[in-house]
Design a protein around this ligand. Structure first.
Ligand code: CTP
Ligand code: MG
Length: 231
C-alpha cells in the first residue's frame, strides 16, 4: 500500500526555553527538522511527507534549502493533536489518499529504518502501531501538595516514542471524532485510535536513538550523535 508521513513541527519549544523554536535550531550546520525530513524522504516507499509548521515561510525555506522533493509544508495548529489533524486532513483532501500514514515528530532527528518499517507493517496488520522504550525512571503520581500518592511498577510500563503508523482511515476518523478538549490536552495518537476507533495499537520496542529533543541538553546529545549516525 501507499505510505505517507505527517511531521508535526509547529510547537513553540517551551521546555527548551529558546527564542528560536527547536525545529529551526542549527545542529551540525542544518536546522534540526531537516534530519527527520531527509530520513523520511530517503525511504523509497515513502510517497510524500507533510510537515506541519508554525511559520510557513521559514519552513518552506528549510525544505527548499535541503532540496526535499517529497515534502510539502502546511500551517499548524495550537496543540500537537491539532497540528497532526491538519496534516491528516491535508492528505484526506488529496485525490488519492495514502493507505498508511506515519507520524513522526520534527524534534526527533533520528528515524531508525528498521523501526519505521516495523510500525508500518504492524499498522497494516493491526490498524495502528508505535515505537516504545522501557522506562529509565519509575513513574510516580504526586498529590496536590506534592506528596507521593501512587507509584507505578516500572517494568509494566513503556515510554511512547515515534514513529507511529496507522491505517489512514483509522487516524483520520480518530481525529474527526476527537473533541476539542482532547485535542488540546492529550498528546497520544495511539490512545485516540483506541478510544475512537477501537483499534488496539501494536507496541514495537524501539532503539535508544528514538529520543525527542526537548531540553537544551538534548541539543548537545544531537550534536554528538548526528554526525555519526546519519551521514
Ligand atoms: N507540535 C506541533 N504543534 C504544536 C505543538 C507541538 O506540531 N502546537 C510538535 C512539535 O513541533 C514537536 C512535536 O509536536 O515536533 C513534539 O512536541 P514537543 O516536544 O512537546 O514540542 P513543543 O511543543 O514545541 O515543546 P514544548 O512542549 O516544550 O513547548
Ligand atoms: Mg509540547
Amino acid at each position: 500500500g501507499r505510505v505517507a508521513a505527517v511531521v508535526p513541527a509547529a510547537g513553540s519549544s517551551e521546555r527548551m526555553g529558546s527564542v528560536t523554536p527547536k525545529q529551526y535550531i542549527e545542529v551540525c550546520g542544518r536546522p534540526l527538522v531537516t534530519y527527520c525530513l531527509e530520513a523520511l524522504q530517503s525511504v523509497e516507499w515513502m510517497s510524500r511527507v507533510v510537515v506541519v509548521a508554525d511559520d510557513l515561510a521559514r519552513m518552506r525555506e528549510v525544505v527548499r534549502g535541503a532540496a526535499l522533493s517529497k515534502v510539502t509544508v502546511i500551517q499548524g495548529g495550537g496543540s500537537r493533536h491539532r497540528s497532526i489533524r491538519v496534516g491528516v486532513e491535508a492528505l484526506a483532501a488529496e485525490e488519492d489518499p495514502p493507505d498508511v500514514v506515519v507520524v513522526h515528530d520534527g524534534a526527533r532527528p533520528i528515524v531508525p529504518l528498521h523501526t519505521l518499517a516495523q510500525v508500518v507493517v504492524m499498522a497494516q496488520r493491526h490498524g495502528a502501531a508505535g515505537a516504545v522504550r522501557s522506562l529509565v525512571s519509575t513513574v510516580v503520581m504526586p498529590d496536590a501538595q506534592d506528596f507521593l500518592e501512587e507509584s507505578l511498577v516500572r517494568s509494566q510500563y513503556r515510554n511512547s516514542e515515534m514513529p507511529q503508523a496507522f491505517r489512514f482511515g483509522v487516524l483520520r476518523d480518530a481525529y474527526r471524532k476527537c473533541s476539542d478538549e482532547e485535542a488540546d490536552y492529550g498528546t497520544e495518537c495511539l490512545a485516540l485510535a483506541l478510544r475512537h476507533c477501537r483499534v488496539k495499537a501494536k507496541l514495537v520496542p524501539g532503539t535508544p536513538q528514538l529520543w525527542k529533543v526537548t531540553e537544551e541538553k538534548d541539543l548537545e546529545v544531537a550534536r554528538a550523535l548526528l554526525p555519526r549516525l546519519t551521514r
